[in-house]
Design a protein around this ligand. Structure first.
Ligand SMILES: [Zn+2]
Length: 189
């Protein structure tokens, strides 16, 4: 990332931010364009990576029983306004032998979050990665996030969260299983 990243033209982003500030009649803030470019380089780093590569760090354990991780915090940015959506993701899968390292769960979520996103797409991408991507029997993903871009329509209320869920494979076919694991994924109060 940063200066050496060929997919991210830092100087151009800085110039564009300067232009936005000028267009709003904001003078000074000389350091701000550079800082915003730095932040964008980090927030959108996922555009230059394929999160599926994290699935290569998996172990063949002959496992068949449920694997689940919840309360994975993430920061993403909505593609409509480029404003933060901040939330937590929970993800579960039923292995077909192969299991994923726990830190890879986090990296898959972060990799898809670090792009201009829609919460619905983020949820679906993580579910697809944990089912088709890694060859599991099924996956279930629940994402909760606060969307600061709702401020653009005056509708933002701190604490109001959108919840999305995606089920693949056996979780899509078995409502009782889906309900049981959704309860496990639900983040507490
Ligand atoms: Zn938005």
């Amino acid at each position: 990332m940063g200066e050496a990243d060929p997919g991210f033209d830092r100087r151009r982003v800085e110039r564009a931010v300067r232009e936005i500030l000028d267009a709003m009649g904001i003078e000074g803030l000389d350091e701000t364009p550079g800082r915003v470019a730095e932040a964008y380089a980090h927030l959108f780093r996922g555009l230059r990576e394929d999160p599926l590569r994290h699935l290569e760090v998996s172990f063949d354990e002959g496992a068949r029983d449920l694997v689940l991780m919840r309360d994975i915090p993430f920061v993403s940015n909505c593609e409509h306004h480029l404003l933060p959506m901040i939330g937590r993701a929970g993800a579960a899968y039923l292995p077909e032998g192969k299991v994923l390292g726990f830190s890879e769960f986090v990296r898959v979520v972060e990799g898809y979050a670090a792009r201009p996103q829609l919460q619905e797409r983020l949820t679906a991408q993580v579910a697809d990665a944990l089912h088709g991507g890694m060859g599991s029997r099924g996956s279930l993903v629940v994402v909760e996030a606060e969307h600061t871009c709702m401020a653009a329509t005056g509708a933002w209320r701190p604490g109001a969260r959108a919840v999305t869920s995606a089920a693949r494979g056996v979780f899509g076919e078995d409502p009782a299983l889906r309900a049981e694991v959704t309860a496990l994924l639900s983040t507490g109060p």
